[in-house]
Every structure is written in structure tokens, then in C-alpha cells.
Design a protein around this ligand. Structure first.
Ligand code: SF4
Length: 496
């Protein structure tokens, strides 16, 4: 994933940029960067490796050289180095992107054909996606038409901020997979991935950008350059897992959605009356667990506590071995809350299943009587195609799909797969039971797609649920996974 923040101010904007970008630290683990336009109109940029340190600790020393700047963009990224500083026939500008260009190779090859001679590559030979987006923008006659062109050509997802001549352009992904929100105070306007960046910097939320919408803003004025598209497919995982709890997207606050989601899971749980306590797997399982606990009137207890002084982030490195090590080291058991207790845990999702299998084993070693698990999201059956969602790289990473293939003796037909992803069917129940056994749990339940959508509170047509049901309304005719009719776009509410 990744996140960004951009600000134009009548005064020095550096503190706002620094803290506004820092408030996206939960969205990425690899690179952090900022670029500002100084009072002479020169863009200065800096970026650092933040894989082993906090964003703030790396940039403290850079702030003095930014002093006096009134316009800036910053990014936290899971892979690419950004912001990039681009010089082209459109002038000099700085660019940050969040998303995943699944057709990046095609776009690069097309650029080569059009005599865009080279891109810088990384050690792995991969292109920097922000640089490829810049090449698309530069292929047109203006920044405005270039951004619109890039958004149209990109498959996957891309939201961006572009800073040029002391103003910022903000463009939200064509299908709205990732959000952009606008905020203002008397002296400045800001664009942010998450609203959580606003209150402590004294910005008032102004509005969400709609899918595909492009705006340009100065310190006081926001100008719409392109109207939003009809179809919104914001990622359901923003509410389940990615987002900071205080953030609100499309009018739906993350913490509140997580409470409602936990309550929905509790509503028909036959074990709710039999357990001793409800626990959340830190961090993103906690609010779902509070919602569950409040609904069934069983105490919320912390049987596992995250060691926050050093394990600050909820995001994990790309490398699986490091992920497993971190997952183990960051959680400390509280024996008094475990021994002789029937514990029910809520976690945001079950991806490979390996992490909670280890947790369950350790809980039993510490004499837990029962360990129940509730997943705040439905079974993950399809890897994400649209975001750089590090937790599900390939289909067989997903424990649900591995179990399905084992039960079916190979890849299932689309019809059979549909049965597995439909809650309540015999095949679905068999799959859940197999996963329960693999993880060594007393009981296992998943949230259903319908109830998750209900907890979010938007029409299903306006939320991406692809990794649960393979439904991609943006490509119904072509999508091999698609098993539902196209949405009725007329029922989609207007974008705010
Ligand atoms: S496939 Fe899943 S993770 Fe990817 S955008 Fe859709 S809901 Fe989000």
C-alpha cells in the first residue's frame, strides 16, 4: 500500500507536511519522502529508507532545508522511492502515487515504442511505478490532460498528488479503490489519503474526491478539473484493516464500522454465551472485538498485548520469514488472562493461517481452555489485483484456496468455487471446518460478505469485495472470476 499528504499554504507548510505525511505511517514500511516548493519556486526533495525506523526520526534533520516552503507533497511507500522529481516538456514537477499498475510492463513497452528511451529500474529489474505514471502524463500536452490520460491507461489502481508551480493536483483512482480527502483551514488546503491527518493539524474535512476525479488546489481554492466517474469500488479492507481507526471514508468512520462489524459477527454466534472473554488480535482486531464484546456482554480482555515501544506499525514487511518473526515477537501473552479461560479472539482476516496457528498453540501451552477465532472479514479466496496488498500475493498463499484445492483434489470449477465462497453452503462449512482443524481452534467463524457490507453501510456496488467473492464490476464481461451480475449503477449514491 502506501499513503500521501499534500499541502499548499500561505505560510510555511513544512510542519503540516511533515506531520501530515507521518500520519500515514501505518500504510507503508519501506520508503518515506517529501518534496517542497521553496519561495523561489525551486522544488527540493528528500527520501529515506524507513524499513527499520520511524518516518519522523529520519526526516528531523531535513526540515531546516525546507524552511519557508509553502507547498509540499509527501509519501509513505511500501516499495517505490518517492516523491519523484520530474523534468519534462511540461516543466519540472514532483509526483507521488499510491496503487498498483498491473499493466506496468505494457505501459513501459508502449513508452519505449514512443521513444521514451529509458526508465530507472530497481535491483529486481522492476520499474518505479511513479516514474511510469510520469511518462504517461508527459505524453500529453498539459498536466491536466496528462493525468486524465494516465488514469485512463492504468489497469489496477492509482491515486496521485502532483506538485508544480506552487499548486497541487490531486487525482483519485479511476474506480476509487484508494481514497483521497480534502481538508482546509484559514491559511491552507490539504489533500490526504486519510482524514486522521487533519484534526491535530487544525484542518476541517471538506470532502472526499470521487472516483477518477481530478482537482487542482492552491492555499484557498479547490478547482475541479475532471468530474467523478459513476462507479466507485473503494477497497473494503480500508475499514477492516488498512486504515487508522479515526479515519472516515465516504462518510463511514473506520472505528465505528469495526464496532458494527464485530457486533454483526456476534449476533448469531452460538458460542457467545459460553466463552469467558473476548480479545482482539492487535491492532486491527481490537475494534472488531470491542464491537463483539459490547454486543454479547462478555468482558473485553487483553490476553495478548502488543509491545508498542518498538513494534509500532501494524503493517508487515513483504518478506514472509520476517513477517512471521515480527508477528511472534510483537505479541506478549498475559498468563492471568489465558490460563483456564475460554477465549474468543477477533482478527481482521485470515490470510495464510500460519500466524494464528502459532498464536493458538502458544495459548494452549499457557493453559487456555478453549481458543475460538472470528475473522472480521470473509474468507480470502482471490488475491488482490488492484492494490499492492502485501498479504495476498498469489492464490495459493491463501489458506482458503489451499483448503478448497485439497478438498476438491485440484482447481475447482467456477460453479464449485462459488459454493465455497457462499456462506452457509455445505462446501463453505467443510472449508471452514478444515481451516479450523489446521489452526487448532475450538471454533472458527468468518464474517459474511453481506454483513460486512452492512457494517460498512454503503451499497455493495460502491465497495470492492473482489478478494472475497471475485466480483469485479469494472470488468464483468472479461473477468473470468466474475460470478455476479453487473451492479445497477443507477442505485449508486452520488459522490460527495
Ligand atoms: S481485492 Fe480486496 S484488498 Fe484488493 S482492493 Fe478489492 S477489497 Fe481491497
Amino acid at each position: 500500500m502506501g499513503g500521501f499528504f499534500g499541502v499548499v499554504s500561505v505560510n510555511d507548510c513544512v510542519e503540516d507536511l511533515y506531520y501530515g505525511t507521518d500520519y500515514h505511517s501505518h500504510l507503508g514500511t519501506a520508503r518515506g519522502g517529501m518534496a517542497v516548493t521553496d519561495r523561489n519556486g525551486i522544488i527540493i526533495r528528500t527520501s529515506h529508507d524507513i524499513s527499520n525506523s520511524l518516518f519522523r526520526s529520519k526526516f528531523d534533520g531535513d526540515l531546516s532545508k525546507f524552511a519557508g516552503a509553502t507547498c509540499g507533497i509527501g509519501a509513505i511507500s511500501d516499495m517505490d522511492d518517492q516523491p519523484l522529481l520530474i523534468g519534462s516538456h511540461l516543466g519540472v514537477y514532483s509526483l507521488v502515487t499510491v496503487g498498483k499498475l498491473i499493466n506496468i510492463q505494457d505501459l513501459a513497452q508502449e513508452a519505449f515504442k514512443n521513444r521514451h528511451i529509458h526508465f530507472s529500474t530497481q535491483k529486481t529489474g522492476e520499474f518505479n511505478q511513479t516514474e511510469v505514471v510520469a511518462s504517461l502524463i508527459d505524453s500529453q500536452d498539459s498536466i491536466e490532460s496528462g493525468i486524465a490520460f494516465a488514469m485512463d491507461k492504468i489497469k489496477g489502481s492509482c491515486s496521485l498528488l502532483l506538485m508544480k508551480d506552487g499548486v497541487i493536483y490531486a487525482a483519485r483512482d479511476k474506480y476509487g479503490r484508494t481514497p483521497i480527502v480534502l481538508g482546509q483551514k484559514l491559511t491552507a488546503t490539504a489533500a490526504s489519503m486519510e482524514t486522521s491527518a487533519f484534526p491535530n493539524l487544525d484542518y476541517e474535512f471538506v470532502r472526499n474526491l470521487g472516483p477518477g476525479e481530478i482537482v487542482m488546489f492552491t492555499a484557498h481554492e479547490i478547482t475541479q478539473l475532471k468530474k467523478p466517474e459513476a462507479l466507485n469500488q473503494i477497497c473494503a479492507f480500508f475499514w477492516v484493516y488498512f486504515a487508522f481507526p479515526s479515519s472516515t471514508f465516504e462518510g463511514k468512520n473506520t472505528e465505528t464500522v469495526r464496532y458494527a462489524n464485530g457486533a454483526g459477527i456476534a449476533a448469531d454466534d452460538e458460542y457467545a454465551s459460553k466463552i469467558d472473554s473476548v480479545c482482539g488480535v492487535p491492532d486491527s482486531g481490537v475494534a472488531h472485538a470491542i464491537g463483539y464484546s459490547n454486543t454479547v456482554h462478555k468482558p473485553y480482555m487483553r490476553a495478548l498485548i502488543k509491545y508498542t515501544p518498538t513494534w509500532l506499525r501494524s503493517f508487515m514487511p513483504q518478506n514472509q520469514l520476517s513477517r512471521n518473526l515480527i508477528a511472534r515477537m510483537k505479541l506478549l501473552p498475559v498468563d492471568d488472562q489465558i490460563a483456564n479461560k475460554k477465549l474468543l479472539f477477533l482478527d481482521d482476516s485470515i490470510v495464510r493461517g500460519t500466524q494464528f496457528r502459532d498464536v493458538a498453540r502458544r495459548l494452549y501451552e499457557r493453559k487456555a481452555k478453549e481458543v475460538h477465532l472470528r475473522s472480521a472479514s470473509p474468507p480470502l479466496a482471490f488475491p488482490c489485483l488492484f492494490l499492492n496488498f502485501s498479504r495476498s500475493k498469489s492464490t495459493m498463499d491463501l489458506v482458503a484456496r489451499r483448503v478448497i484445492n485439497t478438498l476438491e483434489g485440484g482447481e475447482p470449477s467456477p460453479e464449485i468455487l462459488k459454493e465455497y465462497i457462499t456462506a452457509g453452503t455445505e462446501r463453505y462449512n467443510n472449508m471452514v471446518e478444515e481451516i479450523r482443524k489446521m489452526l487448532g481452534l475450538t471454533s472458527l467463524r468468518y464474517q459474511t460478505i453481506d454483513k460486512l457490507v452492512e457494517a460498512i453501510g454503503l451499497p455493495k456496488e460502491r465497495i470492492c469485495t473482489f478478494c472475497f467473492d471475485g466480483c469485479d464490476p469494472t470488468g464483468c464481461a472479461k473477468c473470468a472470476n466474475c460470478m455476479v451480475p453487473p451492479p445497477d449503477l443507477k442505485s449508486a449514491e452520488p459522490k460527495s
